[in-house]
Ligand binder design. Structure first.
Ligand code: NAG
Ligand code: NAG
Ligand code: NAG
Length: 344
């Protein structure tokens, strides 16, 4: 495994040199007055889905939020990475869900909604461009001026649902069908980022897709053997991720003031899966909460007797596809530090 680690280091250094063309400094911005805005799917959903469905989501119920006695619509046993990142940035509150009435959005907001896709229905599509732009416009007068938006960090994680859906519907897609799909997904992502940029955003943190084939729910649904990930989904995620750097570099060349950082989430998860003990995770192939061969289904559902693990901090995944608070805090440290830990 040591050689893998070295390879990862080399690739990591390469990534930093080539992609972090215009590195944004998230670190050291304490009390700068800037904000953190998040976009994408359930990983960054701070309660928007819960608001949209009038509380009718499992994430509003125990054991979600268990580690903080607060099931509040987040897909974790506690806080999520943007909350920790916000704290490290000197932001006094957790990042609130933008769609919830009467939240204080003076330091940012989550526009992420569970089930968001890049190519799917607009209601839950990512940066559901129009309504988000409108929201940003209407808030600008009240809360955020142009300079504030410009200084703020826009963080995006989306695409996983597109590939999960594609793989389910096209189990035998050949290489060219896969490539075509990856191209449409990444083009849409580029388009959405451009829309945010035209709304005045200029600092972007783009998180690569996790090794989707290693999510407990995927291992369970595809009945992978013991400790095996479902490689077709990992391959799609890899193809997607490979396009992100060049795409953003091109945007930085053509859009003035465009700054970005790529968070290599794929390898962050893969390393914790492969060398779990180095990171003090004892279980990475099954979820802490849920039922099934990998305890990956039904966490929080009233009609499922959800099995909850005894010690959440031993697990990389809380439910079938979302990480525990402990892992989320690690991600935020990597994001804020962008230090050697990011690489190996
Ligand atoms: C929102 O939170 C900020 C920072 O905590 C605070 O200064 C501001 O007064 C709050 N705004 C409202 C309307 O409560
Ligand atoms: C999932 O795939 C089906 C079939 O290709 C498509 O009709 C549907 O819109 C997709 N849903 C999402 C959310 O992407
Ligand atoms: C998860 O990994 C552990 C340790 O390698 C193994 O004992 C266990 O059987 C695996 N669980 C599943 C569901 O594959």
């Amino acid at each position: 495994m040591a050689s893998n680690c070295n390879l990862a280091s080399v690739l990591g250094v390469f990534l930093i040199v080539t992609l972090f063309h215009n590195p944004i400094t998230v670190a050291g911005q304490k009390k700068s007055g800037a904000a953190l805005f998040t976009f994408g799917d359930s990983n960054f959903d701070a309660g928007n889905k819960q608001t949209l469905t009038q509380a009718n989501v499992p994430q509003g119920f125990w054991p979600y939020g268990k580690s903080r006695d607060d099931p509040n619509g987040k897909f974790s046993d506690g806080l999520i990475a943007p909350d920790f990142l916000a704290r490290f940035m000197g932001i006094p509150n957790e990042i609130p869900p933008a769609l919830k009435p009467n939240v204080n959005i003076s330091h940012g907001a989550s526009f992420a909604v569970a089930d968001a896709t890049l190519l799917g229905a607009p209601v839950e599509s990512v940066i559901d461009s129009e309504s988000t732009s409108e929201e940003i416009q209407s808030n600008k007068a009240a809360n955020w001026n142009d300079d504030f938006i410009k200084k703020s960090v826009f963080m995006i994680y989306v695409g996983a649902n597109d590939y999960l859906n594609f793989t389910k519907n096209n189990p035998n897609a050949d290489a060219s069908a896969q490539q075509a799909f990856v191209t449409s997904v990444t083009n849409k992502l580029k388009n959405d980022i451009s829309l945010l940029y035209s709304s005045g955003a200029s600092k972007f943190v783009i998180q690569t897709l996790a090794p989707l084939g290693c999510l407990p729910i995927v291992r369970q649904d595809y009945s992978t053997g013991m400790d095996q990930c479902y490689e077709p989904l990992n391959n799609l995620a890899k193809q997607h991720n490979e396009k992100i750097g060049p795409m953003l570099n091109e945007m930085a060349r053509t859009a003035s003031g465009f700054q970005f950082t790529v968070f290599d989430f794929y390898n962050v998860i893969l390393r914790r899966t492969q060398r779990n003990l180095n990171y003090r995770f004892f279980v990475t192939n099954s979820s802490c909460c849920g039922v099934g061969t990998h305890d990956a289904y039904g966490c929080g559902l009233p009609n499922v007797h959800s099995k909850l693990c005894e010690y959440q901090r031993s697990y990389l995944f809380f439910d079938g596809r979302h990480n525990t608070e402990k892992a989320q805090e690690m991600f935020a440290h990597l994001l804020i530090g962008a230090d050697t830990n990011v690489i190996c």
